[in-house]
Design a protein around this ligand. Structure first.
Ligand SMILES: [Zn+2]
Length: 196
């Protein structure tokens, strides 16, 4: 997939599948574990390539993952540790490497920012959005970014208004834009129920 830095449209996520590479870096949060498990269950076409796995989450959730000595596995309990380790991994990537990322919208956007900061080529990263359709949304008025917004309409506590999450995704901010709904809008209650 192509990840443009300045373009701002809804990102297209596919289903993760192996690509030829000398190194495979598999990255996931807890929501993405299902996708990672599915990927790891398929044979990797380049058996000679090395593989390492980075998971942001709790150990109790990762029991199924291969902990074979030839597979580097790192579990990170917090985002700072995860970001540091993955950044170091990115700095050491060989030319023919692939990054497979699965997780929530906010997790994907975190990894994308790290990759951009490390100057990774855009086509190195493959992403699959997993878990509930919760989004990272930004109130366009006060610029507050809210994580895990699950419904089309929600309240911004700072502005004291009801917002509607648009399908416009800002790659620069890594969030969907949320704009004010007029209080008399007849669709408010329906939009509060609409799952993203
Ligand atoms: Zn606001």
């Amino acid at each position: 997939m192509t990840i443009g830095i300045d373009s701002s449209s809804k990102p297209a996520y596919g289903t993760l599948a192996w690509r030829p590479a000398r190194q495979h870096v598999v990255v996931s949060d807890e929501a993405g574990l299902v996708a990672i498990e599915r990927l790891l269950a398929t044979p990797c076409p380049t058996g000679s390539g090395s593989m390492c796995i980075h998971v942001l989450g709790r150990e109790s959730r990762t029991g199924f993952l291969p902990k074979a000595p030839e597979t580097g596995f790192e579990l990170h309990a917090d985002e700072a540790g995860f970001s540091g380790a993955l950044s170091a991994r990115m700095d050491a990537l060989p030319a023919a490497a692939r990054l497979y990322v699965a997780g929530s919208e906010s997790f994907l956007s975190l990894v994308r920012r790290l990759a951009r900061d490390r100057g990774l080529a855009e086509d190195v990263m493959l992403a699959e959005r997993a878990g509930a359709g919760a989004r990272r949304a930004q109130c366009v008025h006060c610029k507050t970014v809210y994580e895990g917004i699950a419904h089309r309409a929600f309240d911004c506590p700072r502005c004291g208004v009801t917002l509607v999450v648009r399908d416009h995704y800002s790659r620069r901010i890594g969030a969907y834009q949320a704009v004010v709904l007029h209080p008399s809008d007849p669709n408010i209650s329906a939009l509060r129920q609409e799952a993203l």
